[in-house]
Design a protein around this ligand. Structure first.
Ligand code: NI
Length: 165
């Protein structure tokens, strides 16, 4: 759980930048790559990363919703630009509408009391979870996966180093 707004701000900024770099590597053609037949596609997971951030309004934060509807857009560039816009809105809302005290306040979510500082932690982990799913699908779609927490397989190969098994 976060106890200081600025600790969240630092981590959010670096996590959002990693995710934005991953989204930048998507192509329009790759968005249809499915987890398995009939399940979520790469484009739907990417769009879920953008849209799911709006759940934070249920914590009492106010910020503009992403453009477009529930259906995943067919433009990878649009998804990435909406992601950048919404993640900046989230940070701005947390910084201007909450203070360190707000992080110790709780909100009922599905009949459970969630501390706001824990909800912020959950939000970062939820993003990382789906970003990890995306990088697997990106490999399957034949895309170059950028570095996430350090070099990816492709980076090792390009550097002429044998990738770890
Ligand atoms: Ni999710």
């Amino acid at each position: 759980m976060f106890t200081k707004i600025e600790d969240f701000a630092a981590e959010w900024t670096s996590e959002a930048e990693i995710t934005a770099t991953v989204l930048d590597a998507l192509t329009d053609d790759s968005l249809g790559q499915e987890v398995i037949e009939g399940r979520r596609t790469l484009g739907q997971i990417a769009w879920h990363l953008v849209r799911s951030l709006h759940f934070m309004t249920s914590l009492g934060l106010a910020f503009e919703a992403p453009s477009g509807g529930e259906e995943a857009p067919d433009s990878a560039a649009f998804i990435a630009s909406e992601y950048r816009r919404i993640t900046k809105n989230v940070l701005n809302a947390v910084r201007t509408q909450w203070n360190d005290e707000s992080l110790r306040e709780s909100v009922m979510i599905q009949e459970e009391a969630w501390l706001n500082g824990s909800s912020l932690r959950y939000t970062i982990m939820h993003q990382a979870h789906h970003r990890g799913q995306m990088t697997v699908l990106m490999h399957q779609a034949g895309l170059r996966v950028p570095d996430v927490y350090g070099p990816t397989y492709d980076t090792w190969v390009e550097k002429g180093i044998a990738p770890l098994v």
